[in-house]
Design a protein around this ligand. Structure first.
Ligand SMILES: [Zn+2]
Length: 425
């Protein structure tokens, strides 16, 4: 056995030592598969799946030769959050037909638990949403054993109701939102409603009169998680820093069978960050370069918020922040959030692309609170968020898997972004 372990180590070392310009796509695929595997639980909050990923990342950092930041004893920056989870099996039956979590329906992130296993299914009457006799009548009835069904437009109106009316709706046994759109999941910090199913309209039988269900929502008020932070010391000005970030968390699991693997979002950016770490560990830049795998991005950009509020390097020493999120395609080029804010840097990026003929197009956007760059640029730190365009429609659903991810422009984006970082003034 020992002999094989030894050879394996040498083999790994050889792999990592390969120049990053000739991207080792096999290694990228392997890392992507690992991050998206069932063992990593969609890098969410059931059974501490996010910490499984964090431990694995720390191991990779160590193998690559990244160091914890000075004054830090480990790669972890710990913090806590409140989060609503669905760790138990979820059941839904409408009429006689049973449905599958993930494929046929998902839970709204702020869903609570079910108290009854069988409910009367009833269409939500939009007259109840307007003041008048129908609403007065509605307010007087007991709806605890009723499931209301309604469309997505009504769902929006529902949440705008006066507190007493909304409260009455919330006393219902369940909400069944029938939607034409895709099933897009999210994360909430708490449950604030009955079980709220988002259900595919194509599967809905509006003549059904009963709904059977089993949902258990577990709200965890002080969930412990962590950012994973390592760095390579700069050769000329080690007290100035570049920072590369990618969130490693995703939406986790719903029930026992729905795995939100988050291949594009954001195993793609996480593997990219590891490739950059491999490259810069072998080719230290003039400035020090910090690599941060952020936690809890999907829960509201919480890892990056915590980092910016408790910076492990002074924010004033950050020359540039490059945030990587959704890097799995690229047929249509990339978009750069903050590209129209930090225009000099954006022009430099365009120039590199023009000279090297890498990507079809690079689009600039203004500021947006849509990923972990946000808190940095709000504090005045120059920061880009780069995402690839084209390729896949899977997003925040069970179809965002490693096998469907094309990684079309991965090498080109890598070439572009390393040259960009190498030329930060
Ligand atoms: Zn993301």
């Amino acid at each position: 056995m020992k002999k094989y372990v030894g050879w394996f180590t040498v083999l790994c070392w050889l792999c990592w030592d390969e120049p990053a310009t000739a991207q080792n796509m096999q290694r990228v695929r392997q890392n992507l598969d690992t991050l998206c595997s069932a063992a990593f639980g969609g890098r969410g909050y059931v059974q501490h799946a996010d910490s499984v990923a964090a431990q694995w990342l720390a191991k990779q950092f160590s193998v690559l030769g990244l160091k914890p930041l000075p004054q830090q004893s480990s790669y972890f920056q710990r913090f806590e959050l409140s989060v609503n989870t669905f760790p138990q099996p979820i059941k839904l039956q409408i009429g006689r037909r049973k449905f599958r979590i993930g494929e046929d329906f998902i839970m709204h992130e702020a869903s609570g638990s079910s108290y009854f296993s069988k409910l009367k299914l009833c269409r939500l009457d939009t007259l109840w949403l307007k003041e008048g006799a129908a609403q007065t009548d509605f307010l007087q009835k007991d709806w605890t054993k009723t499931a209301f069904w309604f469309g997505s437009a009504t769902a929006k109106l529902l949440l705008k109701q006066k507190p007493d009316v909304l409260q009455k709706f919330k006393q219902a046994g369940a909400w069944l939102e029938v939607t034409d759109g895709k099933l897009t999941a999210s994360i909430a910090k708490e449950a604030n409603r009955p079980p709220h199913f988002k259900f595919k309209r194509a599967l809905f039988d509006s003549t059904a009169r009963t709904l059977r269900l089993e949902v258990f929502a577990e709200q965890i008020p002080h969930y412990q998680t962590q950012n994973v932070v390592g760095y390579v010391r700069g050769t000329a000005q080690p007290d100035s820093f570049l920072l590369v970030s990618a969130h490693y968390d995703h939406l986790g699991t719903m029930g026992k069978t729905a795995l939100f693997a988050g291949a594009n979002d954001n195993a793609s950016g996480t593997t990219f960050l590891l490739e950059m770490a491999a490259h810069y560990a072998q080719n230290p830049p003039k400035y020090s370069i910090v690599f941060v795998a952020f936690a809890a991005e999907e829960a509201g950009l919480l890892g990056s918020k915590f980092f910016v509020e408790n910076p492990l390097v002074p924010l004033s020493r950050l020359k540039f922040v490059l945030n990587l999120d959704l890097l799995g395609t690229g047929d249509e080029g990339i978009t750069v959030v903050n590209g129209s804010v930090f225009t000099r840097a954006f022009e430099r990026l365009q120039q590199i692309n023009d000279q090297r003929h890498l990507l079809k197009q690079i689009k600039a956007r203004g500021r947006a609170a849509n990923s972990d760059h946000y808190w940095f640029s709000e504090k005045g730190v120059p920061a880009f968020f780069v995402y690839t365009m084209g390729g896949t429609a899977a997003y925040h659903d069970v179809h965002d898997t490693a096998t469907q991810l094309p990684l079309t422009a991965y090498r080109e984006v890598f070439g572009l972004l390393t040259e960009f970082l190498d030329t930060v003034p």
